[in-house]
Ligand binder design. Sequence first.
Ligand code: C5P
Length: 294
Amino acid sequence: MPGISIFAPAKINLFLAVTGRRADGFHDLVSVVAPLDFGDTLRAEPAEGFSLACDDPAVPCDATNLVLKAASTFAAATADKGAIRGATFFLEKCIPMGAGLGGGSSDAVAALRALNQIAGEPLDAAQLTKLATGIGSDCALFLHSAPIVMRGRGERVTPLPAEAAARLRGRRVLIFKPAFGIATPWAYGRMAAEPATYLPAAEAEARLARWLGGPAEAEALLFNNMERVAFEKFVALPVLLEELRTRFGLAPRMSGSGSACFALLPEEADGPAIAAVIRGAWGESAFVREARLL
Ligand code: C5P
């Protein structure tokens, strides 16, 4: 059986409203998420037992990696069918970690897809969604390769209406991240300590419905109420975003819980000039990359 190669896209949250804390400790949210045409590549070959190697030495390749968590979840879910005995994974890592770009979650879903293909598709889409949600809150969205609306703790995913998706597809976007990352549990914990940062669910839905119902372009959708707690501690973020607003007229935002930020770029924008300003502010270790929304 030959190996297979799966593209694991990065994502950005164009709209992210964290609406409140749930009884189970997770948070409810309403978010519009778009996958990007840039991401990791995961190769999988059938083997005895599961193992992972990665071209980036900073990536842990032990059981804490979501690829191996996905593999054991898949093996357990299909044990009665004897569908898979193992696989050797190789991860080509391009998506920065601790970024709010969904890299680990996307890799996990790529592993589920790879194993399901190798095993002859024993699981259907609904079963894969259930497994993905058990691995991480924002995994389910990566089973779609187009913009989606995500609700609940991230597991309730619906495709964006075609007309709205068309306002996003193909848009040019600049992704940039400082050398430091932000831990997702920390960001949610800070919001829980300051409940005024939540946006009530009804307001979040009304805001989203206004954009969905109108002709407004992607820029009018942009929102993220996790920025407040992140910007309080990591001041390098708001300082640069303000500079990009004033110098280039951009509307930059943070993605997810950060620390990656993004700006939709007009087609005529001078990407390298903007990248130079970002590197000037955050140093040469900053990650800067152009992409397109899928
Ligand atoms: O599910 P996942 O492992 O991605 O979540 C990481 C952490 O982020 C959770 O342990 C929780 O603290 C927080 N979280 C949350 N509400 C969500 C998603 C994540 O509070 N909807």
